[in-house]
Write a protein that binds this ligand. Structure first.
Ligand SMILES: [Mg+2]
Length: 119
Protein backbone atom coordinates (compact mmCIF):
# COMPACT_ATOMS: atom_id res chain seq x y z
CA UNK A 1 0.00 0.00 0.00
CA UNK A 2 1.33 3.42 -0.88
CA UNK A 3 1.42 6.23 1.66
CA UNK A 4 -1.20 8.18 -0.25
CA UNK A 5 -3.79 5.40 0.19
CA UNK A 6 -3.49 5.34 3.97
CA UNK A 7 -5.43 8.52 4.68
CA UNK A 8 -8.22 7.90 2.22
CA UNK A 9 -8.96 4.20 2.35
CA UNK A 10 -12.61 3.49 1.57
CA UNK A 11 -14.85 0.55 2.34
CA UNK A 12 -15.05 -0.01 -1.41
CA UNK A 13 -11.26 -0.35 -1.66
CA UNK A 14 -11.20 -2.77 1.28
CA UNK A 15 -14.04 -4.78 -0.25
CA UNK A 16 -12.18 -5.10 -3.55
CA UNK A 17 -8.90 -5.99 -1.84
CA UNK A 18 -10.57 -8.67 0.29
CA UNK A 19 -12.34 -10.15 -2.72
CA UNK A 20 -9.04 -10.29 -4.64
CA UNK A 21 -7.23 -11.75 -1.65
CA UNK A 22 -9.77 -14.57 -1.33
CA UNK A 23 -9.93 -15.24 -5.07
CA UNK A 24 -6.14 -15.44 -5.49
CA UNK A 25 -5.98 -18.11 -2.78
CA UNK A 26 -9.11 -19.97 -3.86
CA UNK A 27 -10.64 -19.19 -0.48
CA UNK A 28 -13.98 -18.07 -1.88
CA UNK A 29 -15.43 -21.51 -1.18
CA UNK A 30 -14.77 -20.97 2.54
CA UNK A 31 -16.24 -17.47 2.63
CA UNK A 32 -19.85 -18.33 3.41
CA UNK A 33 -21.86 -15.90 5.54
CA UNK A 34 -21.72 -18.22 8.55
CA UNK A 35 -17.98 -18.85 8.28
CA UNK A 36 -17.27 -15.16 7.91
CA UNK A 37 -19.45 -14.31 10.89
CA UNK A 38 -17.59 -16.85 13.05
CA UNK A 39 -14.26 -15.46 11.84
CA UNK A 40 -15.42 -11.94 12.68
CA UNK A 41 -16.47 -12.95 16.19
CA UNK A 42 -13.14 -14.73 16.63
CA UNK A 43 -11.27 -11.56 15.74
CA UNK A 44 -13.39 -9.53 18.18
CA UNK A 45 -12.26 -12.10 20.75
CA UNK A 46 -8.63 -11.40 19.81
CA UNK A 47 -9.20 -7.68 20.43
CA UNK A 48 -10.78 -8.54 23.78
CA UNK A 49 -7.76 -10.63 24.73
CA UNK A 50 -5.51 -7.61 24.35
CA UNK A 51 -7.59 -5.65 26.85
CA UNK A 52 -8.23 -8.60 29.13
CA UNK A 53 -7.06 -8.14 32.74
CA UNK A 54 -5.75 -4.63 32.13
CA UNK A 55 -8.63 -2.92 33.93
CA UNK A 56 -9.82 0.44 32.62
CA UNK A 57 -7.22 2.16 30.45
CA UNK A 58 -7.04 5.86 29.51
CA UNK A 59 -7.90 7.06 26.02
CA UNK A 60 -4.99 6.96 23.62
CA UNK A 61 -3.43 4.12 25.62
CA UNK A 62 -0.50 6.33 26.72
CA UNK A 63 1.14 3.66 28.85
CA UNK A 64 1.06 0.90 26.26
CA UNK A 65 4.22 -0.13 24.42
CA UNK A 66 4.32 0.53 20.68
CA UNK A 67 4.37 -3.20 20.06
CA UNK A 68 1.09 -3.67 21.96
CA UNK A 69 -0.57 -0.83 20.08
CA UNK A 70 0.64 -2.26 16.80
CA UNK A 71 -0.87 -5.62 17.76
CA UNK A 72 -4.17 -3.89 18.63
CA UNK A 73 -4.14 -2.19 15.23
CA UNK A 74 -3.68 -5.56 13.55
CA UNK A 75 -6.58 -7.17 15.38
CA UNK A 76 -8.89 -4.19 14.84
CA UNK A 77 -8.00 -4.45 11.15
CA UNK A 78 -8.93 -8.13 11.13
CA UNK A 79 -12.33 -7.19 12.60
CA UNK A 80 -12.90 -4.53 9.95
CA UNK A 81 -11.77 -6.75 7.09
CA UNK A 82 -14.07 -9.61 8.08
CA UNK A 83 -16.94 -7.16 8.60
CA UNK A 84 -16.40 -5.74 5.11
CA UNK A 85 -16.12 -9.23 3.60
CA UNK A 86 -19.21 -10.50 5.44
CA UNK A 87 -21.21 -7.50 4.23
CA UNK A 88 -20.03 -8.07 0.66
CA UNK A 89 -20.88 -11.77 0.69
CA UNK A 90 -24.33 -10.97 2.13
CA UNK A 91 -24.95 -8.39 -0.61
CA UNK A 92 -25.03 -5.50 1.83
CA UNK A 93 -23.68 -2.13 0.72
CA UNK A 94 -21.95 -1.36 4.01
CA UNK A 95 -21.09 2.25 3.14
CA UNK A 96 -24.72 3.01 2.34
CA UNK A 97 -26.00 1.00 5.32
CA UNK A 98 -23.72 2.71 7.83
CA UNK A 99 -24.67 6.21 6.67
CA UNK A 100 -28.35 5.30 6.89
CA UNK A 101 -27.79 3.87 10.38
CA UNK A 102 -26.10 7.08 11.51
CA UNK A 103 -29.15 9.01 10.33
CA UNK A 104 -31.48 6.63 12.15
CA UNK A 105 -29.40 6.97 15.33
CA UNK A 106 -29.57 10.77 15.07
CA UNK A 107 -33.36 10.56 14.90
CA UNK A 108 -33.51 8.12 17.79
CA UNK A 109 -31.17 10.18 19.96
CA UNK A 110 -31.82 13.85 19.14
CA UNK A 111 -29.11 16.27 20.26
CA UNK A 112 -31.50 18.53 22.20
CA UNK A 113 -32.61 15.61 24.31
CA UNK A 114 -29.15 14.33 25.20
CA UNK A 115 -26.74 17.25 25.21
CA UNK A 116 -25.81 18.24 28.77
CA UNK A 117 -27.93 15.42 30.17
CA UNK A 118 -26.46 12.34 31.73
CA UNK A 119 -27.70 9.08 30.24
MG1 LIG B 1 -6.38 -11.66 14.28
Amino acid sequence: MTGSEEGSVSLEVLKTKMAEFAKERDWERFHSPRNLLLALVGEVGEVSEIFQWKGEVPKGLPEWEEKEKEHLGEELSDVLLYLVRLSDICGIDLAQAVLRKLELNAIKYPVHKWKNHSA
